[in-house]
Design a protein around this ligand. Sequence first.
Ligand SMILES: Cc1cc2nc3c(=O)[nH]c(=O)nc-3n(C[C@H](O)[C@H](O)[C@H](O)COP(=O)(O)OP(=O)(O)OC[C@H]3O[C@@H](n4cnc5c(N)ncnc54)[C@H](O)[C@@H]3O)c2cc1C
Length: 488
Amino acid sequence: MQNGSYDADVIIIGGGPAGSALGTLLARDGHRALIIEKDIHPRDHVGESLTPSTNLVFDRLGFLDKMDDAGFVHKPGSAWTSPRAPLWKFIEIWLFQYPMPGNPRPYTYSVERDVMDTMLLRHAHESGAKVLQGVNVRKLLFEGDRVVGVRAQVADGWERDLHAKLVVDASGRRCFVATQMGLKHKDPNFNQFCIYSWFEGVQRPPERFDGFSLFYFLGLDKGWSWMLPLRNDIYSMGVVVDKSDFQKTGKSHEEFFYGMVRRNRTFTYAMKDANRIRPWWIEGDYSYKVDRFAGPGWLLIGDALRFVDPIFSSGVDVALFSSLYAYETILEAWKTGQEKVAFDRYEARLETGVDIWYDMIETFYKLQNLLSRYATRPGWREHIVRALQGNPYLPETQERAGVLLAAMHESYEKVMSDPNNLMRPWTFDPIRSKTLDWDERAESLLPPCPVCGGKVEFRNNRELLVCTQCGLESPTGPERPAGKAIVA
Ligand SMILES: Cc1cc2nc3c(=O)[nH]c(=O)nc-3n(C[C@H](O)[C@H](O)[C@H](O)COP(=O)(O)OP(=O)(O)OC[C@H]3O[C@@H](n4cnc5c(N)ncnc54)[C@H](O)[C@@H]3O)c2cc1C
């Protein structure tokens, strides 16, 4: 095909953060970028908490001032707490404790994704990219084994073929290209289920945690929950568990969510007067791997190239950095005429970076205590903070993360090979570790009264543990006095 007959230099499938970022970079450089988005923005989307590194790409796009103008909540750090820790007692990570070279802000953001994604897509348009919304890409077009364009459904029954030098897939977890080419595989380790919504009337954490992303551990091997502050005193709250754990309970979404809330003392308190203001959103089966990130005439960016569990808020980080590196790769390929060389390098860089996120996540799921332990050890704190700052695609970030992960793996082996090690999963929480259904079955797992050996029951709407024989009492709630517990 001749240059003049192309509809664009690059066709980008999808107008989420990845597609908008790439469209902006290409257009600002004078190239013809065409973004095709099937929805019409604003459209709802999960994923509100960002990493510090995303500032670097927003800055490069000329978008950072717009983030501030929008008044998104500034996020200085993340913190987490275990199921029965005292109220508001968190292990906290100040994400900017160690300076990030070139980062123009001392905070990142928590965002309403519908708003941010709309702004980003508009920014791409204002930068010179063409944007089609409400247009669904249906099919890739090939000449031999080279992708040369797409078939787009502009309206019901009306399709049009569009051609470009390159097609970039930014279609998110739909993985348009990888699915068509049979390159997508479900992750064998993760089969997660997530339920979330937005709430008003949530108890605010102490001022020190203003803007923090808060995480509540639930005493489940593959479970955790988030609480992210948005504008106007609204919070995004979500629960992630292994899908089989959800299915086992046989409960409605609402009952299941509140059952999980009750597994964590601070989460329970935070939600005591909360009102849900949006419908429940459900996500599931979302972790997968894709065999190739690029090929003749095509390239993948963002979730379209891989999705790993969201515990470390890595999604938008991957979306933005893969767009930036894809942009550099495309220019290199055009300049040198060596597309395969440039694309192979892109794939290797992205794969190493995303593998680091994955390794961190896998280690976290193997032993949640380990993350807390490393985060509180002065010798390892910088490693943890820098790993959570994002952008694991640079050699120095990768080297530091490698050292951290090797040490964590070694600690894990040590802990698990010693049956008496107190860091083994749920040593301090034997009851909750055995049952998902804390409400109905937990009582049967309570140990006998340590004074008389009598049967112990919950009383007063579960705030109190009482021995039915000698009457010994112990509060279970946040105000439980130290040293008076009868259930350790
Ligand atoms: C439970 C959960 C929690 C998360 N929390 C976080 C978080 O706190 N922080 C974070 O950074 N990330 C989080 N993520 C991940 C984050 O949502 C994604 O990584 C991010 O949205 C990826 O951006 P993207 O541009 O690649 O894809 P998307 O944002 O999904 O954009 C893809 C776009 O492509 C369009 N599209 C799809 N198919 C077609 C087609 N055939 N034709 C035209 N258009 C098409 C879609 O309509 C969509 O707008 C979370 C994810 C999950 C599941």
